[in-house]
Ligand binder design. Sequence first.
Ligand code: F6R
Length: 615
Amino acid sequence: MCGIVGYVGNREASPIVLSALRRLEYRGYDSAGIAGIRINGAEKNENFQIRRCEGSIDRLKDLLDTQPMVGTTAIGHTRWATHGRPSEKNAHPHRFRDVVIVHNGIIENHKELRQELIKKGHRFDSETDSEIIAHLLDRLIRETGDFEKSCRTMIKRLEGAFALAVLWSHDPDNLFVAKQGSPLLLGRGEGENFVASDIPALLEYTKEFLILNDGEMAFIEPSRIRVMDFSGKLIQKKTQRINWSLAMAEKEGYDHFMLKEIHEQPRVLQDSLRGRIVPGFKNVIFDTIDWKAEKWRSFSSVSMVACGTAWHAGLITKYWMEQIAKIHADVDLASEYRYRSPVEFPKTLSIAISQSGETYDTLAAVDEAKKLRHSLLSITNTVDSSIVRRTKNVIYTHAGPEISVASTKCFTAQLMNLALVTVKLAQARRAQSKAWIAKFLKDLSSISRQIEKVLKHEDKVREIAKKYANYNQYFYLGRGISYPIALEGALKLKEIAYINTQAYSAGEMKHGPIALISDQWPVVCVAPNDRLFPKMMSNIEVVKARSGKIISIGTEGHKTLENASDDFLPIPKVREELSPFLTNIYLQLFAYHMAVLRGNNVDKPKNLAKSVTVE
Ligand code: F6R
C-alpha cells in the first residue's frame, strides 16, 4: 500500500510532487508528507525541509500553504498504515541525519535491523518498519563516504517488499530509487525526471516511462537516469510511451470517479473487445498470448484465484466455463488458496484475476500455482504490474485507470475478457458448434449497447435509493449466475455506503438466514428471466410472506416479478449467460447513490485502499 513520488529537475519540486500525490491518494490516505532540499539562490545549504501530517493530501496542501518549501528536488508519500497507527510521527518521509526516505511495502526484517541499530546507539522516532532504512543508509554513508555505494550495500540488507525513494542532503540532484515487490516507475522529461508508484500520477508531466522490474534500482538526476540491478550492473531500459490522456484519469465532470467509471463501462467493453473478435464472429484472438489451439485443448481443468470483486468475476466465470466450455472450473479466494495445500492436478489452466496486478494474496496464489506446474494466465488492468512479470501470459482489460477504490468498470472488463477466454476454451474443446460460438460472440459484442440502456434508468435508481436510505441492513439474493452478482452488489453497498449486507444464494435462505427477515430488511433480488427464475420467484414469495420489502432487478416486461416487487428495475432481454453484465450496473448505481445520500467519501471509503499490497 502507499504511494510514492519523486522529482529532480529545474522547476519548483513541491507543487509537482503534491499534484502527483493527489493522483495516488487511492493507494492510501492515512497520512501524507513531502521532503525537499532547500536551495538558497545558487547555494545549496544541505538542509532538508519536511512537511508531513496525519490525514489526506488536502491537509498537506494546507501545511505547504502556511510553510512553503523551495527547491528543485523532492520526494513525497501518501500512506496506508501497516506498521504503526496513522499519525504525524509515523508519516513519511522519514529522516535520519543526512538521509530522507519514502517507502511503500513492508520490510520483513525490520525488527532485526532495528535491534542491530539500537545496539549501535540509534534512537527511532516512529513505529514504522520504514524508518530503519534512513538510519541504515546514513550509517553506511558515514562509514564509506560514498552515497551510491552505500545505497547498493543497504539494498542487499532489506528483506520483504519495497519501493523506495531516497535523498541524501550532500548530493541534492541525485535521487535514489529501488524496487522489490512494490510498484515503481520512472518518468522521463526534458532536464527533469520523475518517479511514482503508477502511471496516472505522472501523466500531467510526461508520457515517457521506464518501468522498473523487481531487483532493479536507479539513480535519477535532472538529465540522466542510470538503472542497474541490485549488484550495481547497469541495465539498458527502453523508454515506453504511454498514450493515456490525462483526461482519462480525471473525473470528466462527474461528481465522483466512481460515477464516471460506472458510466464509462460501455466504452470500456468496446475497448476490451477491440481486435479480439475476428470479423464474422468466427474466433477470438489475444495478441499477448501465443498458445496454439492444441495448447488450449490440452487443459482438463481451470483454477481461478482472485480477491474481492475480482473473485466475484471468477465465480461468474465458473458458470461459463462449465456450461459453455464444458470444462471443470474452480475459483478460490487467493488468501485461502495458498494455505489450503491445493493438490497437483495435471493440465490445469490457472487464471489470476487482479485489476491492480499488485494484490499480495493474488501474487502469492500465483506463486503457489507455479509450484503446482499449472499453466499461468493473468487478467489485469495494469501494464507491467507485478502479476504481469509473474505470469508471462497476460490479458489486459484495457479499462484505463480506475481511480475509485470500489471497482466497477474493471470488474465488467474482467468479465468480458473471461467470457472471451471461455470461448477460446469452448472452441478448442469443440464444446459448442461454430454457429453457437458466432451467435454468442455477436451477443457479447452488443452488450455494451444494452448497458447504455440500463444506465438511462439512473434517475429511477436514485429515487429508490432515497426511499430506502434509512435502512441499516439489506439482504441480497440471486441464484445461479446471479448469485455472484448478489455477492458483488452486497460488497459494493457495504464498502462505500457502510451498510450491513448479507448476500445469499436464494435457495439457502430457508436454511437459516430467513429467521432475520422482517420489514426492517429490504431484500434486493437479482432475478433475470432465466432457467432458475421460477425457483427464484418462489424464494421471493417466501420473503414477501414474512413482510420483507422487495427491490428486484429483472427482465423488462416481466409482470410476475414486477407485481411481486415493491420496486422493480428492468434490464433489456438478453441471453441468460450475459445477464450479469446488466444486473450488476443497477447494483453499482444503487450503492453509489446510497453512499452519496449518506454523505460518505465515495471514492475513498474509510479503511480501504485501492491496491492491497500486504497480506
Ligand atoms: C471492491 C474492490 C476490491 C478488489 C480487491 C482485489 O470494490 O475493489 O474487493 O476487487 O481488493 O483487487 P485487485 O483486483 O486489484 O487484485
